[in-house]
Design a protein around this ligand. Structure first.
Ligand code: FE
Length: 198
């Protein structure tokens, strides 16, 4: 855990103070900030990433483009914007598992997944998943066999990693929309797998 002095006000209060100061100085526009927040809370979320995953599962050519240039391939859906400039896609399989973290702060592919969940920003997740990924994943409900390779990807301003999860068994007959409905945010960060439909 990062040591935070107990007297330091929590992040929301500091953010509000910062916004007030920047607005007062004319450096930002409060309406523009509200608009951005609304967009990422209401209009953009993991459903975007799920569409990309379902497309990659059903269209080999699209998958090849996605693996070669994530930013351009998600742009085909119109998914772009802040924190979406350098999307790098990593594929999970039965033998190789990848999980994403931002050890420094909370870099995250906003246009694909919306705003990051609290656990992703938690200092404990950020420091521990690098050192002991299997333990952290098991605590989050994902037990990996000992022979599965685990790689942790550290997101940053240079690269925002996005996981292409493994397509579960029993989904051969599903439509792209039905496949997308199976894909969770957690699977696209690599802390879970996509479950077979029951
Ligand atoms: Fe970050």
């Amino acid at each position: 855990m990062t040591a935070v002095p107990p007297t330091r006000p929590p992040a929301p209060i500091r953010a509000e103070a910062l916004e007030a100061l920047l607005t007062e100085r004319g450096l930002v526009n409060a309406d523009a900030i509200d608009g951005l927040i609304n967009r990422f809370v209401n209009d953009v979320g993991p459903m975007n990433g799920a569409k990309v995953v379902a497309k990659a599962w059903t269209d080999e050519d699209y998958k090849a483009r996605l693996m070669a240039d994530g930013t351009a391939a998600v742009g085909e859906f119109g998914f772009a914007g802040p924190q979406g400039e350098h999307i790098v896609v990593v594929e999970n399989s039965a033998s190789s598992h990848n999980v994403v973290v931002c050890t420094l702060c909370s870099c995250y592919p906003w246009p694909l997944l919306g705003l990051p969940p609290d656990w992703y920003k938690d200092p404990a997740y950020r420091s521990r998943v690098v050192r002991e990924p299997r333990t952290v994943l098991a605590e989050m409900g994902l037990e990996l066999d000992a022979d599965v390779d685990v790689t942790v990807w550290d997101s940053s301003a240079e690269n925002r990693y996005f996981i292409l999860p493994e397509r579960p068994a029993g989904t051969e007959e599903l439509s792209e929309d039905d496949l997308a409905a199976l894909v969770t945010r957690e699977a696209m960060v690599g802390v879970a797998k996509v479950s077979s439909p029951t």
